[in-house]
Design a protein around this ligand. Structure first.
Ligand code: LR7
Ligand code: MN
Length: 579
């Protein structure tokens, strides 16, 4: 039981064994119920700890005081130019502890001024571009759920500082039912006293997820263009102009900035100022977004320019700009999608298939704190990403949804609601097929069961199958062996391409000097070529050795050895295709 002593508040006096406490301060109302530690931290911040374990709060505590306390933690100039901040002493440990709640170092963020400077991360050619004098205006929409104060505020302040006043019609904040206390009265107070009136705050009456929150923001918005940002971003130099310029050039251009990394531990603004190379959006057949290199055909199309918009098969989802009318015409979002995930691929496929363009605009850059976990809860542990992805697969992927389900057999029978409205939308917009999208937009995407001679599980001796051993696809990982699963699951899905690759989505099997077999990024080299012989061998063309499971147990790495008709060298695929 905590005991609270409120200085100067004779009306409240000294409490012992408090079950519930409500303190009415001049501008604030603090409610505390046992077990609610958030409030304790506010009291601790405002008041001081007494030797007997009680706390004191000066009665004139107010949002103003709370904000003054925040401001007193800021170190002028710290983190300027996007530089890394490294903590020492007790702050180091506090920072580490904050990471566990926020998925980034909040102590660092609290010390960095909200208006810190960042370097110009753009390619030097970008500063030679000029933009129309009739650029469309923007409503910047930022949704948040339990976002940390200083990071949310820095996002807002950086947008205001980096955007010409004339172009920035409004900043629309949508609170997705946060329960952090400081995001309530204190936020309203801050907006009223510190920010211009074009910053508007809306609140959802219940937790609805980022998709519905963005829809609410879009409904409230009135500028020519909608710009969506996550609530932990920092805008770069001239970030908005090239985005809205591109939308001025074509109403159906949906555009994304280069998303730079703000380091989650030091808040360093990181960018590549050597080659200025960047990646664009792809997807994995398991339904997840991924970064991919720009295909050489696309680089040729833009004549290897550093400033031209690059066609992107998909977008990450959090940071993009779209003409406001076009947003509604093209079907906004699937409003049945819950919480988090999938809406970015849904919009990407929809935009391309229904006649729009999705592009990365390299002269626009925005930093984003990439977090390694979600600092908010998913009610009932709902797999919203999985379910949302099923919805988009059912609506947009046609027969190619088979590859998604092949990788996610667990989602085959999941309850995903009704998609008839979205199918009607697809119909009324007369959108093209997913096959068209794969042939014309994501033309270098590997399709596990097309242009292959075999695919599925690759079964060897003793019911053992080839397996990626859960090692991440894009990393160099061993080709493993594991007991065959009863159905094809992602880790055991392999293809033998017509080019002779023994491969998965990105990685191809190749032989090392020590005869071990590793999965490396496919490069078309001879050591990644394999043939299937009449007996069922998998023979590596360069070494003329055969894949062999002799003396291996579940979880081991495969090897090759001299081909000699051993049972451990025979491999049977689930499916063989006519070639
Ligand atoms: O239930 C929620 N309600 C919310 O309001 C969950 C989240 N949110 C808010 C949250 O506070 C944040 O401002 O929504 C925003 C995005 O959530 P994040 O930051 O937890 O998402 P993310 O950055 O991990 O994930 C990416 O994919 C998401 C899929 O639904 C969204 O599209 C995110 O906007 C998107 N972020 C980016 O594209 C930034 C680049 C990262 C990458 C790749
Ligand atoms: Mn994010």
């Amino acid at each position: 039981v905590w005991r609270w002593f409120v200085l100067g508040a004779s009306r409240l006096g000294f409490y012992d064994e408090v079950k519930e406490l409500e303190i009415q301060l001049p501008t604030t109302k603090i409610r505390w119920t046992p077990g609610k530690t958030v409030i304790k931290s506010i009291l601790r911040a405002v008041g001081g700890r007494m030797p007997d374990g009680t706390f004191t709060i000066p009665i004139n505590s107010s949002y103003e005081n709370l904000i003054k306390i925040d401001e007193s933690k800021i170190v002028y100039g710290l983190g300027n130019d996007g530089e890394a901040v490294i903590l020492e002493g007790h702050e180091f440990f506090e920072g580490e502890a904050s990471y566990k709640n926020e998925a980034f170092n909040l102590v660092v963020s609290n010390k960095i001024p909200l208006n810190r400077t960042i370097k110009d991360a753009r390619h030097p050619m970008c500063s030679t571009l000029s933009y129309s004098s009739y650029l469309p205006s923007a409503s910047v929409i930022i949704v948040f759920c339990n976002e940390a104060w200083s990071v949310l505020l820095r996002t807002i302040v950086s947008v205001m500082n980096q955007t010409p006043d004339k172009l920035l019609k409004e900043i629309i904040l949508v609170d997705d039912f946060s329960d952090h206390d400081e995001l309530h009265g204190k936020l309203e107070y801050y907006i009223k006293t510190r920010l211009p009136s074009k910053v508007k705050l809306f609140r959802l009456p219940e937790r609805r997820g980022l998709i519905k929150a963005r829809l609410a923001g879009a409904h409230a918005a009135s500028a020519d263009v909608l710009v969506f940002l996550d609530a932990h971003c920092e805008a770069g130099i001239n970030w908005l102009e090239p985005l809205v310029q591109r939308i001025l050039e074509g109403k159906n251009n949906v555009v994304v900035p280069i998303i730079d990394v703000i380091d989650d531990k030091t808040l360093e603004y990181q960018y590549n100022n050597v080659s200025y190379e960047f990646q664009i959006g792809g997807f994995n057949w398991n339904g997840h977004y991924t970064w991919i290199d720009i295909p050489s055909k696309e680089l040729d199309r833009i004549h290897h320019s550093f400033t031209s918009p690059v066609r992107s098969p998909t977008m990450a989802g959090g940071l993009f700009a779209i003409n406001r009318e076009y947003f509604w015409e093209i079907g906004s979002y699937d409003k049945e999608m819950d919480l988090w995930g999938g809406e970015n691929l849904e919009m990407s496929f929809r935009v391309w298939q229904c006649g729009g363009h999705l592009e990365t605009v390299p002269c626009s850059r925005v930093g984003h704190i990439f977090r390694t976990f979600h600092p908010y809860k998913f009610p009932n542990d709902k797999d919203s990403h999985g379910i949302n992805t099923v919805r988009l697969a059912e609506v947009w992927m046609d027969e190619y949804k088979r590859l998604f389900y092949l990788n996610r057999p667990d989602l085959r029978k999941i309850e995903y609601g009704n998609v008839s409205e979205r199918l009607e939308l697809r119909n009324s917009l007369q959108c093209k097929s997913f096959k068209w999208y794969l042939q014309n937009i994501y033309y270098d995407k590997f399709i596990s069961d097309e242009n292959v001679s075999a695919y599925g599980r690759v079964r060897g001796n003793d019911n053992m199958c080839l397996d990626n051993l859960q090692k991440e696809e894009e990393q160099d990982a061993p080709l493993g062996i594991y007991s065959c699963h009863s159905i094809i699951v992602g880790t055991q899905l392999f293809s033998l391409s017509l080019r002779g690759e023994l491969r998965r989505e990105y990685a191809c099997a190749e032989v090392l000097d020590n005869n071990k077999v590793m999965m490396y990024k496919c490069h078309g080299g001879l050591n990644q070529k394999w043939t299937v012989t009449r007996f069922g061998y998998l023979k590596n063309v360069e070494t003329e050795l055969c894949l062999d499971s002799a003396n291996l147990k579940s979880g081991d790495t495969l090897r090759v050895s001299r081909c000699r008709k051993l049972p451990s060298q025979l491999w049977k695929w689930d499916h063989y295709l006519e070639t």
